[in-house]
Structures are given as structure tokens and as C-alpha cells.
Design a protein. Structure first.
Length: 278
């Protein structure tokens, strides 16, 4: 097996643990590569084992960080490589183990005592043709001017679903339902389901409410205003200003995010982290 190691760059403890993981796997006889940004913040790794994230060609990626680090890995890697997340963040919804469990978890992974949890993603296609990353959590269309609203229509499978005047609209996966979408009043969705959650942000009309549609739906969003820019945000990691004429189509991505899991429990983990969040 071949492993990749990625660490949160702004936390010394994460970088040091990344080196310990790297050393453990190397001493155990496995090939290991480290992403360049991790190396630049802790240049103790062998330079021959350094690679750019988009060039990773490994069997597993060990990510030491929080949800933001995992999303960075997801946006930059070209292959659907299983991720083992070690929580060095604030909430760690996407991570699997805590730092003190690291080497126990690695031993179970090496012994084959794990399963792969696959999560759906969303793909946003811009009329302009610009390529943007797939979303593991959500695609958000936000007002480009603080204090001003956007005016958009969105269609589900060709039919008008709603016309919204609001701060924005979120299109979330079940994985993202415990994040931005929940904070905006959306429902908690079992991550084993394949659906898309649509949540208006502070809409003017009381009739504009969150809705859930099948994952196979095609969602087309059009800006009614011909003068006001909006912002496209993907997972809170990628941002683009959109001109008023730039229409967006949102569909389920053919790609999946794969996580290494050691238990089948869903609700205890999620409800505990939701309570911690608030």
C-alpha cells in the first residue's frame, strides 16, 4: 500500500503528528508521500517523498486537521482516494478519529479492519464554461454586496421551484446538512441518503422554505437582476464573483468522497458533534 500525508498548516501539533505518522509508515515498510504545503511548514520530511496534492496517486490519504483541511484535499486531488481524517480542527464533522487514537487507527487500517463510507458530491456547471471544484458540503450563491439581496429563480428538472429574494441560496449534500445549511434553518439529513437540500438564506417571502429533492435532479439557477453580481462559494473554500448573466446548473457529481471508517455508527457521532457546535 502507498499512503499520502497532509496536515493542517497553521497548527504545530498537526504538523508534528503528521511527521510521526509519516515516520511510522516508513519504518513499517510502506511508501509514503507528503504534500508540498505540509513540507513547507515542517521541512523535516525526505524531499524525495514530496508531491503536489493534485499529483497524489496513493491508496489512502491520512489527513491531520479539521474539516477545512479535508475539503482542501478533496478539491485538489484528481482521484477518489479514501481519506482517514484525524481531528485537529474545531468541530471535525468529517474526521474519524481523535489525535490520541491515531496509531491504533493506523494499525486497524493496515490490518484491513475498516470499511469505506462513500458520500455524494455536487457539481456546479457555469454558463461561462469555467471549471469549479465539486462540492462535498454545499454550493452557495451569495449576495455580492453586503446588505443587499439577490433575486434568483431556480428550476428543478425544468419546472420553476421558487423565485427568491434573499441573501443567497444553498444547495447542500446530506454531508453538508450539518453545516451551513443547518445554521440557515435546513434539516439534518441522514448522510446515507442521496438527496439535495435547497435552503434560501434569510428570504423575504415567508413561503420560501428549505426543500429536499432527489439527487438525480437537475437544478438550474438564473439571476433575475440584470445588474447585480453574486458570489459562488463551494464548501467555503472556493469563491468566484459571477456576473448577472452567468447561469448555473447543479447536479450530482459522478465523483464520490470516500472516508475510512471503523464503525457503522452514524447518529451518535453526528448528534454529539451537532450539540458541540451549538
Amino acid at each position: 500500500m502507498k499512503f499520502g500525508v497532509v496536515a493542517r498548516r497553521d497548527k504545530t501539533e498537526a504538523l508534528k503528528l503528521a511527521y510521526r505518522v509519516y515516520d511510522f509508515l516508513k519504518v513499517s515498510g510502506y511508501d509514503v508521500i507528503v504534500d508540498r504545503e505540509t513540507y513547507e511548514h515542517l521541512p523535516e520530511f525526505d524531499e524525495g517523498d514530496i508531491s503536489e496534492l493534485h499529483e497524489f496517486n496513493v491508496d489512502f490519504i491520512i489527513v491531520i486537521g479539521g474539516d477545512g483541511t479535508i475539503l482542501r484535499v478533496e478539491h485538489r486531488t484528481k482521484k477518489d482516494i479514501p481519506i482517514l481524517g484525524i481531528n485537529m480542527g474545531t468541530l471535525g464533522f468529517l474526521t474519524e478519529v481523535e489525535p490520541h487514537e491515531t496509531f491504533f487507527a493506523l494499525s486497524k487500517l493496515l490490518d484491513g479492519e475498516y470499511h469505506i463510507d462513500e458520500r455524494m458530491k455536487l457539481r456546479a456547471v457555469l454558463k461561462s464554461g469555467e471549471k469549479v471544484p465539486d462540492a462535498l458540503n454545499e454550493v452557495a450563491i451569495l449576495t455580492g454586496i453586503p446588505g443587499k439581496i439577490i433575486h434568483v429563480r431556480y428550476y428543478v428538472d425544468g419546472g420553476l421551484a421558487d423565485e427568491v429574494r434573499a441573501d443567497g441560496v444553498l444547495f447542500s449534500t446530506p454531508t453538508g446538512s450539518t453545516g451551513y445549511a443547518m445554521s440557515a434553518g435546513g434539516p439534518f439529513v441522514d448522510p446515507r441518503l442521496d438527496v439535495i437540500v435547497i435552503v434560501p438564506l434569510a428570504p423575504i417571502a415567508l413561503s420560501s422554505r428549505a426543500m429536499i429533492v432527489p439527487s438525480k435532479s437537475r437544478i438550474d439557477l438564473k439571476n433575475v437582476s440584470t445588474t447585480r453580481e453574486s458570489i459562488l462559494s463551494i464548501d467555503g473554500q472556493f469563491y468566484r464573483y459571477l456576473d448577472p448573466e452567468n447561469e448555473i446548473t447543479i447536479r450530482e457529481s459522478p465523483r464520490r468522497t470516500k472516508f475510512v471508517r471503523f464503525t457503522d455508527e452514524i447518529y451518535p457521532k453526528y448528534t454529539m458533534k451537532i450539540k458541540r457546535k451549538f
